[in-house]
Design a protein around this ligand. Structure first.
Ligand SMILES: NC(=O)c1ccc[n+]([C@@H]2O[C@H](COP(=O)([O-])OP(=O)(O)OC[C@H]3O[C@@H](n4cnc5c(N)ncnc54)[C@H](O)[C@@H]3O)[C@@H](O)[C@H]2O)c1
Ligand SMILES: [Zn+2]
Ligand SMILES: [Zn+2]
Length: 361
């Protein structure tokens, strides 16, 4: 029997979101229905609402979630009703060329639920990142459910489902930050701060936070930044070089998603250093660099989708580190809100007032 639940819908480009009744089918083969307990508001949800991802309106927003598995399809064995899970957007297929080469974190054919959730009039919904968790319940592929220690609060656990994992992974997986490294992070929202926390966890000796907002720099410090640079008032490339003996940082993580900040990252790294682009650009953005600089400076220019995470490997590990007091995931939760406050949360995010607003159900 399909169920009717409340969910947050983005009806059309730039239209305000609204609560609608969502029809959630029973899980079929390979699927699970999850009772959502918490879901963070990510910048990508706002991109969806603005039409910046694609035009498949209406969207069922929300994708940074944790909850309890309510029911599973007949053939599902990895998770069972009652399991506490974080939802992921990288349910690896096991068969694509990345998976077959032993690099499942690059999986090119990730799974989502086969059936569609709909409005009561039958209109099919596009769940954000194949999740759609600003809803009391959601239908996902069973592989999108990653079991973690239920001792953690859902509003904290859910953050690993997207932005915080993307940031931590940009540092520890993509950037391969190690003991003693110098790291600079440009853009200190939820993703950038997570990159700072990840760099601290990995043993970076120097962590330079760059933002245009002093409030963000203050929080960045509490997350582990050893130095801060306001790039509205000083040149970030010069400042990062000054702080690293005139050379630049070993790893520079761009967590804004703009050409000018990418250029800063490119020139603020040391020779043979690494740039990690974790911020998401829009389709119109372009960058021009002297090819000789690309060649001559060596090193690697990488992008980081979801922090190159493997949910089954990384989620339980990071939750364990959090429970041991070695990674303060709770510090990312600025406020908890109700399902009908998502539009307001977007405004606060836009003004830069929050790191993460988390819907608690
Ligand atoms: N790669 C991934 O898998 C992934 C996952 C989640 C989010 N993201 C992306 O990461 C980016 C950051 O997300 P967020 O949730 O932290 O957003 P956010 O809005 O909370 O943070 C952005 C930060 O960048 C700062 N900023 C803006 N312009 C700047 C500039 N010119 N120089 C320096 N700082 C500047 C802002 O003050 C803010 O602190 C977004 O583009 C988002 O879409 C990527
Ligand atoms: Zn695959
Ligand atoms: Zn996200």
């Amino acid at each position: 029997m399909a169920q009717e639940v409340r969910g947050v819908i983005a009806p059309g480009k730039d239209e305000p979101v609204r609560i609608e009744t969502v029809v959630v089918p029973d899980p079929g083969p390979g699927e699970a229905v999850v009772r959502v307990q918490a879901c963070g508001v990510c910048h990508t949800d706002l991109h969806y609402k603005q039409g910046g991802i694609n035009d498949d309106f209406p969207f069922l927003l929300g994708h940074e979630a944790a909850g309890v598995v309510e029911s599973v399809g007949d053939d599902v064995t990895d998770v069972a009703p009652g399991d506490f899970v974080i939802l992921n957007w990288r349910a690896v297929c096991g068969h694509c060329r990345a998976c077959l080469r032993g690099r499942p974190w690059y999986c090119f054919d990730t799974h989502n639920a086969q059936q569609k959730m709909t409005l009561t009039d039958g209109t099919e919904l596009s769940p954000a990142l194949g999740i759609g968790a600003f809803a009391e319940k959601t239908l996902v592929a069973a592989g999108q459910c990653t079991k973690v220690d239920p001792a953690v609060a859902p509003q904290v656990a859910g953050l690993l489902g997207c932005g915080v994992m993307a940031g931590i992974g940009a540092a520890i997986n993509t950037g391969n930050v190690g003991r003693g490294d110098s790291v600079a992070v440009i853009g200190c929202g939820g993703v950038g701060d997570a990159a700072i926390a990840g760099s601290r966890l990995a043993g970076a000796a120097k962590i330079i936070a760059v933002d245009i907002d002093d409030r963000k720099l203050e929080t960045a410090r509490s997350m582990g930044a050893t130095h801060t640079v306001n790039s509205r008032t000083s040149d970030p490339v010069e400042a990062i070089r000054d702080l690293t003996g005139g050379f630049g940082a070993d790893v520079v993580i761009e967590a804004v998603g703009r050409p000018e900040t990418y250029r800063q990252a490119f020139y603020a790294r040391d020779l043979a250093g690494t740039v990690v682009l974790v911020g998401v650009p829009t389709p119109d953005m372009k960058i021009e660099l002297p090819l000789l600089d690309v060649f001559g400076r060596g090193g690697s220019l990488k992008s980081s989708w979801y922090g190159d995470c493997l949910p089954s490997r990384d989620f339980p590990m990071l939750i364990d580190l959090h429970l041991q007091g070695r990674l303060d995931l709770g510090a990312f939760v600025t406020e908890t809100i109700a399902l009908d406050e998502v539009e307001k949360a977007f405004e606060r995010m836009h003004r830069g007032d929050v790191l993460r607003s988390v819907v608690v159900l």
